[in-house]
Design a protein around this ligand. Sequence first.
Ligand code: AMP
Ligand code: GLY
Length: 419
Amino acid sequence: MKVLVVGGGGREHTLVWKLSQSPKVSELNCAPGNGGISKLATCVDIKATDIDGIVNYSKENKMDLVVVAPDDPLAAGMVDKLNEAGIRAFGPVKDAAIIEGSKAFAKNLMKKYNIPTADYNVFENCSDALRYIDECGAPIVVKADGLALGKGVIIAKAVEEAKAAVNGMMNDKLFGNAGNKVVIEEFIEGPEVSILAFTDGKTIVPMVSSQDHKRVFDNDQGPNTGGMGTFSPSPLYDEKLADYCMKEIFVPTIEAMNKEGRKFKGVLYFGLMITKDGPKVLEYNARFGDPETQVVIPRLKTDLLEIFEAIIDEKLADINIEWDDNAAVCVVAASGGYPGKYPTGLEIKGLDAAQADSSTIVFHAGTSYNDGKFYTAGGRVLGVTAVEKTMDMAINKAYAGIEKISFEGMHYRKDIGRK
Ligand code: AMP
Ligand code: GLY
């Protein structure tokens, strides 16, 4: 089969790496891909958000399957457009991807179907939002309704901070149309667990659990990032909690989407907070998480292509999905200055040495490849992943790997997996 993966980050490198092991895949393409991906697939210079470009390329080159991985093209309806052109595509259609594309939609869905989540209100009018913040007091959480590159959530410790966030979103349009509506939410506390799940709209099969480290510095200090590292499994996510989540959150969400006429087929990501009153949904993502994918997919024993096909054909119940019992850790190497401004085009050294150990693999998030050398091309540059029998061994291997890598200004957290 000829397969095209849409996207060009660490998540896509991981999906391409796994798909490249499938005996059914005869040709792998990735748009736009990155330096690391170019070693496993043909990188095509089309932006992940260019719907017409992707549809035309897929038609002209007779792709048998297109895997749409990032949030923006899913929310914009890339899967719908591929389907209309007669091309098989993996990922939710636009009407279903709204579960990530609109936080107001997701919150209203959870309320209507009694899925546990923090209390909230949705506002389309700035003065009503400001009044509500006065009534509730702080701490309080302000969220832009739409997609905002992971920056649309403000945890406000003071009323003034919350009001400034609302003003920034609604009046100053900091996130464009994504801030036309805001969700104002009760502040809740507890550790966070990420559960990614395969679903064909009928059956839902959770993957192994993981945890993400979002802050840039050790001990969860500094600003939020797209994720500085992950580990799998989460020690918090035991069988009892998994059963509870399946009954009270995962199955009800799929059923709710069906009742709303928005059948969800693809990967649904549940961002859970384990509060003293039980698990609550912080957010849904309509896709694989990044960098969660980098620790979850290496533990998958089953052919990923077979799973994608079963989901598209709504036959997920017919296949058996198997995972190994190992632990996986991914440590992200970031550019100097990230998550603020950072330079690109810096040469990366030590990649081969880092992967000399067979349990270690370096997934590229933001790199380019030119004349036999790799260069930085993004804020998050690499995700050094190790899979081992125990978490301690995986942590040690991942750090032994990343220590061999260098580029100017490179930084990474030293406490990934030690949560
Ligand atoms: P989200 O994009 O909705 O997952 O939010 C990003 C991060 O903000 C989450 O991973 C949490 O750490 C934090 N967060 C979101 N909502 C809340 C809330 N209601 N209370 C406390 N922290 C929150
Ligand atoms: N790691 C969080 C996300 O993929 O949104």
